[in-house]
Write a protein that binds this ligand. Structure first.
Ligand SMILES: [Zn+2]
Length: 487
């Protein structure tokens, strides 16, 4: 029973070896909250959740941290072009950046509940850890790894000799494509920004170098250290984070603390395609959790569809795949419903004892998960168990054991069982103009009406619907929850 993963740094499967036996301290690169998180992000977050569940099933004490990037997604390109996505969103939605960030952060947490994530222990916001970032940047300047030009601070990549070790790139490949405009301040085009002074930026803080804002990479180095110390057991992210983001994190962390390694195991999730193509707004194949719910899919169906393919295999996400997920989950539900009837004496029982077979299935499931979270193989074992149980005529105690088996696997995968209760509460879909002045009020009324409806207070629900109508909107009930449409 050894947990193994594919380690990006080692480029092979290795046994999990935490710093302290029995503990697992993990850091995951989290969402950038300037727009609705899309399902590609959720594939990598779900891999982290599955990892957490598996380690807990194997009795590790897990400490899990996922950052919330609310400063702005500052890639080198953005910095060189002076374009910050948080600022663009603020302009687009006519809200100040912190309100934008809180709005999408709320949406992110609702999606976590819908997809039945185990909540991480900490979700640090970048804007609340600027002090730690400034401290780390100062250390890097003091130690000679970083230099200051006109209020901007850059990491001098040449000073850190292991740069490129994670992505296995050669020095000449380390320039992030040809898109980077020439920045004459930098000693080398490979140097990256730690702090940018910009009095026009919408989000700025005081620093020893002037009022400005931090680069994106320093955020993860500073916050992982704050919550997990100088050495992390597992760091995960999407494959697009390997370079430059994670290379930069390693350089910043190891150079500032002097401690190696910063991370014992690196794990990266492959990206996802939708209908065989890269997901993009212009192709119309851009899915968010909210847009899939509008199409009538539930949180668990989305979770299953995103999880069922091994995280290092490409996943082609399609509506057909979601429908398959629906069928798979209902097969499990039907199997369980029959077992409940047998256990409760509502259906004739037999005399078979499924327990030793169930132990074998559980062992097979666990072994597949130990093998680099091989979830597709683990689910195949689960469905063998379903087929077996559908043919089996257990006695009442046997049916009880089989239901326990499902509960164990429900804990392990987070996919089985009933939809989380948050489902109905979170779903009010806005179909009016995005910047309508009465939007906030109407949405609040619609949520209140949902609550009244679920509490079967229909008089109140009707009154609230009328109130919404007076504000010029109709409330239409649909499979994805109530929808608000302009009259
Ligand atoms: Zn990160």
């Amino acid at each position: 029973m050894t947990v193994t993963f594919y380690d990006t740094m080692a480029r092979r499967k290795v046994a999990f070896e935490p710093r302290v036996p029995g503990e697992a301290r993990m850091y995951h690169c989290g969402p950038t909250v300037y727009s609705s998180p899309h399902i590609g992000n959720f594939r990598s977050f779900l891999m982290a959740d599955l990892l957490r569940r598996h380690l807990e099933a194997r009795r590790y004490r897990v400490l899990q941290v996922m950052n919330i990037t609310d400063v702005g997604h500052l890639t080198e390109d953005d910095l060189d072009r002076g374009e910050d996505k948080m600022m663009a969103a603020a302009r687009r939605e006519k809200l100040d950046p912190i309100r934008i960030a809180r709005k999408y952060e709320k949406e992110f947490f609702e999606a976590l509940d819908l997809l039945r994530f185990r909540r991480a222990h900490h979700y640090p916001r970048a804007t609340e850890h600027i002090g730690e970032m400034i401290e780390m940047i100062s250390t890097l300047v003091d130690k000679g790894y970083a230099y200051v030009v006109e209020g901007n601070v850059y990491f001098e990549e040449e000073k850190f000799e292991d740069f490129g070790a994670l992505s296995h790139k050669k020095l000449e490949e380390l320039i992030d494509g040809a898109r980077v405009a020439v920045n004459e301040e930098k000693r080398s085009p490979r140097d990256f920004a730690l702090w940018k002074t910009d009095p026009k930026h919408l989000m700025q803080w005081d620093s020893p170098w002037g009022r400005g804002f931090p680069g994106w990479h320093i955020e993860c180095s500073a916050m992982s250290r704050r919550y997990l110390g100088d050495e992390i057991d597992i760091h995960t992210g999407g494959e697009d984070n390997v370079f430059p983001h994670h290379e930069c994190e390693i350089a910043q962390s190891e150079a500032s603390t002097g401690h190696r390694p910063f991370v014992r195991h690196w794990m990266h999730c492959r990206h996802l395609l939708v209908d065989g193509q890269k997901m993009s707004k212009s192709l119309g194949n851009f899915h968010t959790i909210a847009s899939l719910r509008e199409k009538g899919f539930t949180g668990l169906e989305i979770r299953y569809a995103l999880l069922r393919v091994h995280y290092r295999m490409p996943l082609n996400f399609t509506i057909e795949g979601l429908l398959e997920a629906r069928r798979a989950l209902s097969r499990i539900r039907e199997c369980r419903a029959r077992l409940v009837r047998i256990r409760d004496g509502l259906e004739a029982c037999g005399a078979e004892d499924p327990r030793s077979a169930l132990d074998e299935f559980e062992r097979g499931f666990g072994e597949a998960m130990d093998d680099d979270l091989n979830v597709s193989e683990a689910l195949a074992v689960l469905f063998e168990a379903v087929t077996f149980l559908n043919r089996c005529r257990p006695d009442r105690a046997g049916a009880s054991s089989a239901l326990k088996f499902f509960e164990t696997l429900e804990d392990w995968t987070g996919c089985l069982g009933e939809e989380p209760r948050v489902e109905a509460a979170a779903g009010v879909v806005w179909a009016g103009p995005p910047d309508d002045p009465s939007r906030e009020r109407v949405e609040a009324l619609a949520r209140e009406r949902e609550e009244a409806r679920r509490a079967k207070d229909f008089a109140k629900a009707d009154r609230l619907r009328d109130e919404i109508r007076e504000l010029g909107f109709a409330l239409v009930d649909g499979p994805g929850g109530p929808r608000i449409e302009p009259l």
